[in-house]
Design a protein. Sequence first.
Length: 201
Amino acid sequence: MTNSNIKPKSIGLFLKTSTAGLHREVEGKLSRILFHRDLNARTYYHVLLRMHNAYKEMEQAVNNYSVSQRVYVNRGKLRWLENDIAHLTPLIKQVEGKHLSKVTLNLSSPAQAMGLIYVIEGATLGGEHIQARLTRHSWLDAQHGVAFFASYGIKRMANWHEFLAVLQEYYEHNPDDYDEIKAGAELAFQSIHDCLEGLNT
C-alpha cells in the first residue's frame, strides 16, 4: 500500500513500477509458450481461445461503468481474437473447448475498470515483436492469424499515449483512487495469467 500522504504525480509511472513484477510474470509465461521452437497451430489456437475468454470478461467489466466504457470506445480486442480464431479453426481437426474455464472479474469501482484498461492497452505494445516471431510459422502470415497481436499497427504508440493522457486526467480528478486503479491493473494481469495456466507447447 502506498503511503496515503504521498500520492503519485504520474499514475502511469506509478502503475508501471508497482505492477512490474506481475507484468514480468505474465509476459514470461506468454513468451515461453509463443516463442517455443515447437509451437504448433493447435497450441496457438488454444492460446487464442483462452485469451478470448479472459478478454471477453475484462471488456464486459469495463463496460459496466460509464466512464471506462467511454474511454474504451473503439478499443475492443475481441474482433481481432475472433478473426484469428476463425483463421486457425480449419487447421485444427478437432476443436477442443474443454480446457476453457470460467473467468470471473469482480470489479468494485470505475477506478478499477480504468486500471483494467491500462493493462489491456499496455499489452498491445509488445505486439509487433510477437507478431514478427509468430509469422515465422508456415501456418501464419502478417495478414492471417495475428490480428490480435498486430492490434493497432502503426497507431499502437499513439493510441497508448492517448490513453495514458486520459488516465492521467481521470486520476487528477480522482486523486484518492490510485490504489483502486492499481487493484484493477492487478486483476487484469492475474486474469491473463490464470487463463494460460496449464497450457504448454
